[in-house]
Write a protein that binds this ligand. Structure first.
Ligand SMILES: [Cu+2]
Length: 357
């Protein structure tokens, strides 16, 4: 095991043609508009849905294991002050919607099946994290913790296949943060699923009183043909085929709706992992009583909020209480994305509600 990285290709220094060429992908050159801009001319950009949007993805490819609902319950507060975290790179076929699969690159805990998003980590302000990335994949990968205040050049470099790297850091700032692979093109590595959420609880437990807690991560997905990696051309255009919560389109509907109770405090750790779309998280029929965007500080508290605006990478804590029995859809209020799968339900009584909302 290496402490830090002694051999790396620093982010930004890896030629796109390397791993992408090995995967049969085109290098990411500019489009006609970019070329025209460079030449000082103007070309109208085509914002219509490209032909590929309706292409036949081919017959379904069965994933390694059938899709099971991604647990939306947040892990409990940590009880230890030192966390040894080991991630392996996991390349697996994942189901992202009915009969729709893509090859994912994820991080997983050794011995556990790989999932996307990667595991939700939860620590407390002041805790020490001893982290190891074991690259069991076939390409270079890396780790970037947004919750850490450490040197990018010393710790976040690429790890070669078959190697591992370790570094330690202290979680000094409470909040909801992203972690992700940073190997170029980051657009592809994050788009492939190499991201996750780390919750850093404040030391002062009174800031987050008891509640039913969920962790929900929004991502935009650009699958290629069934069983293949992302469509890089669509990634470059920012034109996702699906926008999902916790990895699967319209996942928390029907019998998988998330159960809550009338009158109880509900807390949702929300993250927008992107890689490119903004998130407008909204719960229909509820107002957020308390909102902490990014770091958790008393002065950062908002009361009475309808929609949470998260740029790619941002996280937040929202809390609400429902006053009537029933179901309460949660959506991205960017309805372009809602229509692509960013939809789910909280329910007090298991009402069956159509996924269309
Ligand atoms: Cu990666």
């Amino acid at each position: 095991m290496r402490e830090g990285l002694t051999r790396r290709q620093v982010i930004g220094g890896l030629a796109v043609g390397g791993p992408l060429a090995a995967l049969g992908l085109a290098a990411c050159g500019g489009d006609d508009g970019d070329a025209a801009a460079a030449a000082g001319t103007s070309v109208a950009r085509d914002h219509s849905v490209p032909q590929e949007a309706s292409f036949d993805p081919g017959p379904p490819v069965a994933p390694r294991e059938p899709h099971t609902t991604f647990p939306a319950e947040a892990p409990p507060r940590s009880t230890t002050r030192r966390h040894e975290i080991v991630f392996e790179v996991d390349e697996h076929l994942r189901e992202i919607a009915p009969d729709r699969t893509m090859l994912a690159w994820g991080f997983n805990i050794p011995g556990r099946p790989g999932r996307v998003p990667s595991p939700v980590l939860r620590v407390t302000e002041g805790d020490r994290i001893d982290f190891t990335l074991r690259n069991t994949g076939s390409l270079q990968h890396s780790m970037d913790f947004h919750a850490a205040k450490i040197s990018w050049s010393r710790h976040y470099g690429a790890v070669d296949p078959g190697e591992e790297a370790s570094f330690s850091w202290i979680a000094k700032v409470p909040g909801v943060f992203m972690y992700h692979c940073g190997v170029p093109p980051v657009l592809l590595h994050v788009g492939q699923g190499q991201h996750g959420m780390i919750i850093v609880d404040p030391k002062d437990e009174s800031l987050l009183p008891p509640a039913r807690e969920f962790a929900i991560c929004q991502t935009d997905l650009y699958p290629g043909r069934n069983g293949e990696i992302s469509d890089y051309a669509r990634l470059q255009k920012g034109d996702p085929e699906f926008v999902v919560f916790n990895g699967y389109a319209n996942q928390y509907t029907g019998e998988n709706a998330l159960r809550i109770e009338k009158g109880e405090r509900v807390r949702v750790f929300v993250q927008n992992a992107g890689p490119s779309r903004w998130s407008a998280f909204h719960v229909i029929g509820a107002l957020f009583d308390r909102v902490f965007v990014e770091g958790i500080y008393r002065e950062n508290l908002t009361r009475g909020s309808q929609t949470l605006n998260l740029a790619p990478s941002q996280g937040a804590v929202v809390e609400f209480t429902v006053e009537e029995e029933g179901s309460y859809p949660f959506v991205s209020h960017d309805f372009h994305d809602h229509a692509k799968g960013a939809f789910g339900l909280f329910t007090t009584n298991g009402e069956k509600t159509a996924a269309s909302g």
